[in-house]
Ligand binder design. Sequence first.
Ligand code: SF4
Length: 429
Amino acid sequence: MKAALITPFLSHLPLHPSAYLGYGAAILGKKFELDIIDLNAHIYFKNRDKLSETLSIMESKKVIMDSFDVLPLYYELVGSLESEFKQISWKNYEKIFITTPSWFVTILTKDISNISKQIKAESKNSEIFFFGNSLGSWTDEKELIKQHIQIRHLNDLFNPNHGNQPVDYDALPTPLYVNREKYVFDILPFKLKHGCVWGKCRFCSLAKGWNSGYLERSVKCVIQELEELIDRYNPNMLVCRDNSINGGNLIEFSTQFEKFKKPWVAMARANLTIQEIKALKKSGCRFIYFGMESGSDQVLRKINKGIDSIQMSRFIRDLHDQGIMPAPSLFVGAPDETEEDFNKTVRFILDHGEQIDIINLYPLMITPGAEFSLTQKKPNRNTLTRLNILIKVCKDMGIRVCVGTQNAEYLLFKRVYPDNDQKSITAQD
Ligand code: SF4
């Protein structure tokens, strides 16, 4: 039986293949004659001259915004989607599985509906499925079911009714990645766990819905999987796609990872111990992206971050002292953020200019599934004014400002990506 595994075309830059795509391909390939179509990567790759131009403009700027620097290309390429669609023989596929492209985990319901409608218009008999961990937050399960899109869980792609249990990555086969030339970087993702060890930040959608719950992997299984991936693909770099690498398996993992002599990067909560940071450094970790969120303890308490500004400061200095780039992300416009709170954030940045090269700033948005969205909290009305002030503060200090997640992720990778023969497509073009 023929099946396809496909991703929708989104504004998500194809920096590397998604872990969901890799695991899905390995599982489905055992049962079906499978075509793997990362439509997102494919469309950007077909337009790689334009993509390269977009990326090099981003690299030349001090302040980069997804809305000005990433989205225009996406809107330009959306026009080519219909003709790309016509080139795929949808009628050949009895089953079509849709999943997450690239690095960013969220897919809006409408993006899955759109691709499903286009498939149905070409092949009404194909069964359509979706799997991804943004179900229950960015992706509305009930709406998909209404549209006859069947929901599947990575733990069991062949049967329904698995609900939002943690993904048991240790029980899955080693991911399969194809057409790797279509991605911007030669980077592969891996997971140390399902979920976030904290999971209680009030603004957070990432640890909600199907990504709630917590399940750490055995280090032995992760290392075995990485051995296979490195043997098979020899990627230039690896990225841990946990929302935070904090967990009981981190030091053991870091110690065992040393033998690969591969650079890697990750996201963390800003309360790793100095022993953990030293182990990360020894293992080859190049940067840690983390949610600093605010320099005000009052705001940090109200958003239930579980970490205060003294810990944030210590964390930034420890990473920097150990030679790991600290990559903070923070927002302005928390619902109850006062002028004094905002000034504390400005002060915090001024005090850490020596340690920070790139910062990810964004206006707080209330996102689906987050506690703030359920309690109908609204962003502060001074959000945009404060964002502009903070951008200027950072710019004046020589910190590169990324507004939005797509450009931040690209520029952070670009900063630490190893400079050897296998370069990113931007460098080749
Ligand atoms: S914001 Fe980060 S640390 Fe907080 S709950 Fe979400 S994933 Fe966890």
